[in-house]
Design a protein around this ligand. Structure first.
Ligand SMILES: [Zn+2]
Length: 134
């Protein structure tokens, strides 16, 4: 008789333990106190993205001001990928659009248009992301 009573108490405790994890507050909203298991890894590193992919800017030959930021102000040369840090796809796209703009007569070839000299500099060619080839 005594152990029956003890079993009953134990089962009651178990049921209240289950109750304590899921209870209702006010209305019918169920509040779950169980730890959240299937969340994204908060320590996962951010995927490295180039500046054009991050801002979702599509280079276009008509946007000469943007393209001129990838050009050296002294020689008009297009900065390499080791300076711009662009991904291969975007670098090729920028180079293609610059050539297109130059052949359309919108953009200078051997110098940067002086009206874009005061534009914010996206990269420092003196401090490339990867060392220069030369
Ligand atoms: Zn990219």
């Amino acid at each position: 008789m005594k152990h029956l009573f003890r079993n009953f108490i134990a089962s009651l405790r178990r049921s209240t333990a289950i109750l304590s994890t899921k209870y209702t507050t006010g209305g019918n909203k169920i509040v779950d106190n169980d730890p959240i298991v299937d969340i994204e890894n908060p320590f996962e590193k951010e995927k490295p993205q180039c500046i054009l992919c991050k801002t979702k800017i599509v280079p276009n030959y008509k946007n000469v001001q943007l393209l001129s930021q990838f050009q050296s102000p002294y020689t008009g040369r297009i900065y390499g990928r080791h300076i711009t840090g662009l991904c291969k796809y975007q670098q090729e796209k920028v180079e293609k659009e610059i050539v297109k703009a130059q052949s359309a007569g919108l953009m200078a070839t051997y110098l940067k248009d002086p009206q874009f000299f005061k534009d914010p500099k996206l990269f420092d060619p003196e401090k490339p992301l990867r060392p220069h080839q030369f």
